[in-house]
Design a protein around this ligand. Structure first.
Ligand SMILES: [Cu+2]
Length: 178
């Protein structure tokens, strides 16, 4: 009669846990002080924040370090309303307080014109994809969220909801950093 070897389950579980812990340790940037960053000293090309590449228009930042706040209302008539009106300077850290006041899911995403075009193309090809990284938040009906962003880099910024059809119907807003 053949003897079956019992798999060392304990070992397997232990190595999985170590892997998960290691991943998180690499993603903790909460100690980072964005207010002391100077854009000219930062190389964006190989910079990583919160596990993702920095955008051409800046990077995620803790909302506590923001010096300016905008309220953003997302509605089912495909509007993205900012209050007060957008007025952002190069180098500013901004807090966006976003509310989905509609009955369908919406997205709030910050990026360059080119990044948002690519983001929309990706979401058209994968309609069920839910984005939630440092530059994008998906909100279900009635949900609220905050996003902190340190603006630096390309001056042409686009905020948009990249759920297929929404930005095309007007759910986006462009601004130029001063
Ligand atoms: Cu939308």
């Amino acid at each position: 009669m053949k003897k079956y070897q019992i798999l060392p389950m304990g070992l397997l579980l232990a190595s999985t846990a170590v892997f998960a812990a290691g991943q998180h340790a690499g993603m903790d940037h909460s100690e980072m002080d964005h207010s002391k960053m100077v854009s000219s000293t930062i190389d964006h090309s190989n910079m990583q924040h919160h596990g993702q590449m920095a955008s051409a228009v800046g990077m995620p930042a803790p909302v506590e370090q923001a010096t300016k706040t905008f309220e953003v209302s997302l509605t089912d008539d495909m509007k993205m309303h900012f209050s007060p009106a957008l007025n952002i300077k190069q180098g500013e850290i901004v807090r966006f307080v976003i509310s989905n006041n509609g009955k369908m899911p919406h997205e709030f995403s910050v990026g360059s014109l080119d990044e948002q075009d690519k983001h929309r193309a990706m979401m058209r090809s994968m309609p069920d994809m839910v984005h939630s990284d440092g530059s994008t938040i998906t909100l279900q009906a009635g949900e609220n969220a905050e996003l902190g962003w340190h603006f630096m880099g390309t001056s042409f910024v686009e905020f948009s909801c990249n759920i297929p059809g929404h930005a095309e119907a007007g759910m986006k807003m462009n601004t130029i950093l001063r």
